[in-house]
Design a protein around this ligand. Structure first.
Ligand code: ADP
Length: 357
């Protein structure tokens, strides 16, 4: 057994109904809250003052995959560094499990696993030795370490490469090894900072599968990403951050439902689409119609049910339909709606010249 409070290699996620404060689970946790963030602000004061995180408060529930989504410079990594005790906030506080991030930092470190953005694997060591070395650093019980390493190599699909050096691995394999490494000591909470940055689409999908698999052990997973497809695919709930601030927080479905306009129907016409406008304007379920030459772009809260009626109308006008597509608003649409800009746009935190206003 490790010497750190809160590390218990034998701890099984199956025991989750029996909260134990020594494992960092608050016995009186409301709604199964595992992280509560209370008005955290972080200001960097070098040659200029940057408010990287600005008065952020929210809770993370036990067992969920929680996404922090925002463009580069939004403050995601800074918030993760604070929650993982690598950095102190300028003001505010947070509880991770039942521990306070500033006063109980060592205990917090005992119940979390962290996979940073930049690789920290030793490329000259084998996959097995990378895990073994890290397990010893974490003080995982030697009698349990070997079994756990093989379990994790199996989860990562790397059992047959256990004795190959990490330097011979693809980017995706390295990333998976690094993710399971953070999982060696059965952390209650796993922090992943941009887990698929720089990976090709196949490797990204592999890593997603890996993350979902780890979540089946009921570990809470917090990940930062600026890829909306990643957040949408993996996360139970998503917090949008921009310029250090929390913009909104909800499930991907609810975030999209909150967009006015609903589904987007795109109907291609063999000829000018303008003559259809007067007929379409009769529908109360249609919020907006845009004509782009021979394309009708219609936003409606009931896209599926209104589509057949629109097709009838077009037929009555002898307008031939050449294409139809119907899509829900994406998280990117929601982000643009809320902030006026896309996720790929790099936006620095709030910057002021030192001494300026
Ligand atoms: P994200 O992870 O969303 O890309 P970061 O948390 O890395 O955002 O950065 C938020 C803002 O804080 C950026 O403007 C960044 O330049 C600034 N920043 C981050 N770390 C430091 C630091 N150590 N010193 C000064 N400024 C920093």
């Amino acid at each position: 057994m490790g010497t750190n409070d809160g590390i218990s290699p034998e701890f099984s996620r199956g025991e989750k109904d029996v909260p134990d404060p020594s494992l960092g689970i608050p016995a009186d946790a409301a709604e199964d809250v595992i992280i509560s963030i209370d008005h955290i602000t972080k200001v960097f004061s070098n040659h200029q003052t940057v408010t990287a995180v600005s008065d952020v408060s929210f809770n993370v529930r036990r067992g969920e995959i929680f996404g922090l989504l925002g463009p580069n410079g939004a403050g995601k990594s800074t918030l993760i560094r604070i929650l993982t005790t690598l950095m102190k906030p300028t003001s505010g506080t947070a509880h991770v499990g039942s521990f306070r991030i500033i006063e109980d930092d060592e205990k917090v470190r005992g119940i979390i696993g962290v996979c940073p953005q930049n690789s920290t694997l030793d490329l000259e060591l084998t996959a097995y030795d990378n895990l073994d070395f890290y397990g010893r650093l974490l003080d995982v019980d030697e009698d349990l370490l070997d079994k756990r390493i093989w379990e994790l190599l199996g989860m990562a699909g790397l059992s047959d490469r256990a004795y190959a050096t990490a330097g011979t691995f693809s980017g995706g394999m390295r990333r998976k090894l690094e993710i399971v490494r953070a999982f060696l000591h059965h952390p209650l909470i796993l922090f992943l900072d941009e887990p698929t940055i720089g990976l090709d689409p196949d490797a990204r999908r592999e890593v997603w599968r890996q993350i979902s698999l780890l979540n089946t052990e009921q570990t809470t997973i917090i990940l930062t990403t600026h890829y909306m497809d990643e957040a949408e695919k993996l996360c139970d709930r998503i917090a949008f951050m921009d310029r250090g601030r929390l913009i909104t927080l909800d499930t991907p479905e609810n975030l999209k439902k909150a967009m006015p306009g609903g589904d987007l129907l795109e109907i291609g016409i063999d000829g000018p689409a303008g003559p259809a406008l007067p007929l379409l304007q009769r529908y109360t379920s249609i919020n907006r119609v845009e004509v782009k030459d021979s394309l009708l772009v219609i936003s409606s809260n009931q896209g599926n049910s209104v589509l057949p009626q629109i097709l009838n109308d077009l037929e009555s006008l002898s307008m031939r339909v050449t294409s139809i597509s119907i899509r829900s608003p994406s998280l990117e649409d929601v982000f643009i709606y809320l902030t006026g800009k896309g996720l790929e746009e790099s936006v620095p935190g709030e910057i002021r010249a030192k001494g300026g206003h």
